[in-house]
Every structure is written in C-alpha cells, then in structure tokens.
Ligand binder design. Structure first.
Ligand SMILES: Nc1ncnc2c1ncn2[C@@H]1O[C@H](COP(=O)(O)OP(=O)(O)OP(=O)(O)O)[C@@H](O)[C@H]1O
Ligand SMILES: [Mg+2]
Length: 313
C-alpha cells in the first residue's frame, strides 16, 4: 500500500477578491474549500494517476466530518486519527487586480501525548514490508521535530520504503535515518547545507553525496528551471517545461506523487524523471489547489522526455 502521512492537514479556503484593501471590509467574488496538506495533496495526485492510497495523520474539530467526506469522495482510504483539537483552515487570498497571492496559515492544533501515541501505534501496526510511506509537510506546533526520523526508522525496520518531503530541523532528523527517497526544492537543500543558494554544480555534488551516504534517490526541484534526479545509477537533468502557469501551489507535492507512482510501477530513472517533470508541469497548468488530471500529465510527457539530459560524473 502507499501510505501518506499528513500530521497537520488544513482546509484551504481560497477567496478571490478584485483588489484587496487592507483595513477595510472586502467582499470575495468566489470562495472554494479544498482539503489539503502535503501528504493529502500527494494522495490526491496518486488517485488522479490511478493508484490506491491510504492517508493518515490527525483530524479534529468542526471541519473533521467535511474533511472525511471529501477524502471518501476522492477515493482516498481515510485512516486519520481523531483528535480533540481543531484541524486548521488556511486562507489563500487571490487578488486578480493586483495579481498577488497572499497566504495566511494557522499553526494548527495541539496534539496530546495520548493522541500521538495512538497515531504511533496505528503506524506501527499498519506499515508493512513493500509499502511506500510518504512523510510530507510540517508538524503541528507541539510535536517533536525528530518525529519523521522516528517514523523513518520504524518503516525501514519493516522493510517499507520512505519518501520525505520536509524542511528545516524536521528534514535534518529524517535524513539522519537515510530515507529511500527525498524531494527537496533548491532552497530546502541549500538550507539543509547551511547555504544561501546553490549553483547547479553544487546541487549535483551535494545530492550525489547524499546518495553515496545511502539515500537512494534524490530529486531536487527547481521551480521553472525544472529538476535534477540523482540515483546510484545516473544523474539526470530535466530542463523546465514551457507551460502556461496558472498556479504553482502544490507543484512539488505533485512531483512527489509522480515519484511514488514511478517507484510502484518500477519505472526506469529516465521515465521517473519524465513523469515527475510532466506532473509538475501539469500541476502548474492547473488552477489553484486542484489536483492535476492524468490527461494533463500525459499531455506533457513527450516534451518532458525531450528535455532530459544525462550529466556525466
Ligand atoms: N513556473 C513553472 N514553470 C514550469 N514548471 C514549473 C514551474 N514551477 C514549478 N514547475 C514544475 O514543478 C516542479 C516543482 O516545483 P517547485 O520546485 O517549485 O516545488 P516546491 O517548491 O517543492 O513546491 P511546493 O510548493 O509544492 O512545495 C518543478 O520541478 C517543475 O517541474
Ligand atoms: Mg515542496
């Protein structure tokens, strides 16, 4: 099974306003609510690609029922742990007139130690050999930053593959346990290395170093510049695809879904990168927080293949 973990999910409330005025009462032209959080976004795109997925983490409060209904509608197996606290609502203000996107994120609920233990027992009972476990996104405020490290270790002991999409201290702890695959963006990789920014050569060298240490596959995403995929077998560079950008929200998460899909289907490194790049492009060509469709991904596959070149060591 493919298991995605979203410990701090959110209802994304997107409001479109024509010219926001700060300090005034503004009226939204349209409002939409989408269930989100990085792991859930990965599950949504996996469903688009036609793969079954189980989603877990914490859910609670007055939006819990709506959240669970949406998961069911999307065909995502809902195994979220119920909590006392309130699952967050994150506000996205899209201002058409000023062409700005403003996000206001709630930190999220406090998780009690009993709730955390319930989750860990569930995880321990559920993860089994051959599973792919995706640990993605930030943690609720009171959860120890080493949790992804612990969850990585537990899954590895069961011979499941772990994919990490995290940043900061949480990423640091997870990498110490050598997950199977990671997808940092350029900035997250630079932060991890304690640098301001990285040249292409530095990206390649640092990712190759991580692979030598035992992380089997590293995909570094670089926004419009594309991405670089490093494994034990090869270093492949995918140049950015030309697409009409509608929204870059969740492009990275969609790429993670493509990586997991490719792993499940045992695709070659070349085909894995092509699919990841096509899925990233499909995500940016899709409005707002909606998951891209399989048709949209397929539209970009041929161009994605053409944009890949091997980097010689
Ligand atoms: N402006 C763009 N034009 C074309 N492709 C893009 C653009 N932005 C992102 N992509 C595609 O999506 C991929 C992932 O984007 P990015 O590197 O921004 O991920 P991220 O920072 O992890 O995003 P997220 O907000 O989902 O965490 C890129 O590697 C690229 O393939
Ligand atoms: Mg990301």
């Amino acid at each position: 099974m493919i298991i995605t973990v979203t410990l701090n999910p959110a209802m994304d409330k997107t409001m479109v306003i024509d010219g926001i005025e700060l300090g005034e009462v503004n009226r939204a032209d349209s409002v939409r609510n989408d269930i989100g959080g990085k792991g859930i976004n990965v599950s949504k795109v996996l469903r688009s690609l036609g793969t079954d997925t189980l989603a877990t983490g914490f859910l609670g409060g007055n939006i819990e029922d709506q959240f669970r209904k949406e998961l069911k509608n999307m065909g995502i197996l809902d195994q979220f742990i119920s909590i006392q606290g309130n699952t967050r609502t994150n506000i996205k203000l899209v201002d058409r007139k000023n062409e700005t996107n403003t996000d206001i994120n709630d930190p999220g609920p406090v998780i009690s130690s009993e709730e955390l233990e319930t989750f860990i027992s569930f995880y321990d009972e559920t993860v089994e050999k051959g599973d792919i476990v995706v640990l993605a996104g930030g943690l609720p405020p009171n959860i120890p930053q080493n949790l992804y490290g612990r969850l990585t270790r537990m899954a590895k002991e069961k011979e499941a593959l772990v994919v990490i999409d995290a940043e900061g201290e949480s990423l640091h702890h997870a990498l110490l346990e050598l997950p199977y695959m990671i997808k940092p963006n350029e900035k997250e990789l630079a932060d991890y290395l304690g640098k301001e920014a990285l040249t292409e050569e530095e990206i390649i060298h640092s990712a190759q170093y991580l692979v030598e240490k035992g992380i089997r596959k590293v995909l570094v995403s670089r926004g419009e510049k594309g991405s670089i995929f490093i494994t034990e077998l090869s270093t492949l560079k995918g140049k950015g695809l030309e697409v009409q950008v509608k929204s870059t929200v969740g492009a990275g998460d969609s790429m993670v879904a493509a990586l997991v899909f490719a792993e499940n289907e045992k695709l070659s490194d070349f085909e894995t990168l092509a699919l990841a790049q096509a899925t990233g492009a499909a995500a940016v060509a899709t409005e707002g927080t909606k998951a891209c469709t399989r048709e949209e991904v397929e539209k970009h596959l041929a161009a994605a293949r053409e944009k890949i070149e091997e980097v010689k060591k």
